[in-house]
Design a protein around this ligand. Sequence first.
Ligand SMILES: Cc1ncc(COP(=O)(O)O)c(C=O)c1O
Length: 345
Amino acid sequence: MTELSGIAGRQPVVDLRSDTVTKPTPAMRAAILDAEVGDDVYGEDPTVAALEAKVADLFGFEAALFVPTGVMANHIALRTLLRPGSELIADADAHILAHEDAGLAWHGGIQTRTTLTPEGLLSPDDVSRLIRPHSPHTLGTTAVELENTHNRGGGSVYSIEHLRAIREIADAHRISVHIDGARIWNAHVATGTPLREYGAVADTISVCLSKGLGAPVGSVALLAPERRAEAVLMRHRLGGGWRQAGILAAAGIYALDHHIARLAEDHANARLLAASLQSAGLSARAPQTNIVLVDVPDAPAVAARAAEQNVRVSAFGPALLRLVTHLDVTEKDCLLAAEVLARVA
Ligand SMILES: Cc1ncc(COP(=O)(O)O)c(C=O)c1O
């Protein structure tokens, strides 16, 4: 909860629009202040190097690249797998399709083949059905993308067994697997699956430090070491060559050391929020992690009325709200938000 001083005086604001709205904690700011830095375009920032090594090690990868955003991490990782004019399988509601401004098509010439799935999760059967062979008549599939947790699916989680089954199909067809792991930390905490097990089923992974982990900026692309130089070039071409980025990497390292286990609190708060909304008669879906979806007749109108009462939520569709719990939201905030939403919905 933050205090806003406005016309109506100081009043609490509960911001559930996204887990990206968190502000760095004092301890994280201290880590930023102490960061040793250098020019990362020259490959001379020791804190960036330390962050990349740390994330690579967590997932059992040999190479990593620190980039400004999750969109760029997805883009660069996928471009190391797919040449222009190749085909990627993804669920129709994937972040790469719904919220990345056609970047894969625009910059990468990548075609996607999709299907709508429950909670955004592709089943092994979906993947088998969507794979096309390379032939004179069909382009053929090169890779499959899986979002874990799934944003539009309401923070839904792939079990490791499910991921392994898809990996087996991918291997049988010699196609690659990319995981959009912007919130893979939430999946890890919700299921207890070791991060290395996610690493073992993917050719590339993107992870975000700026969502549930509470860093101000930054994502990491995990990829094959022989493709890293190409990934660095691509980042530069996209305008993502950054200089003393160790300032930001220090926040990422702090977040990895201190903010993973506490995601369980966000999940508990999401369950509390959903239960409170349900008790008030609202149609909140049961959350698996830190995202609560609520079906309402007119989402933009409800979001606007809630904002007037200092509760910020996202209209995620004409009749769908998204509420996300995070580091800056308490149990009390969730109860307050549920009370306000029950009044204005
Ligand atoms: C699943 C998923 N992937 C990727 C991204 C992109 O991250 P960024 O906003 O840092 O570009 C987001 C952002 O919300 C996301 O939810």
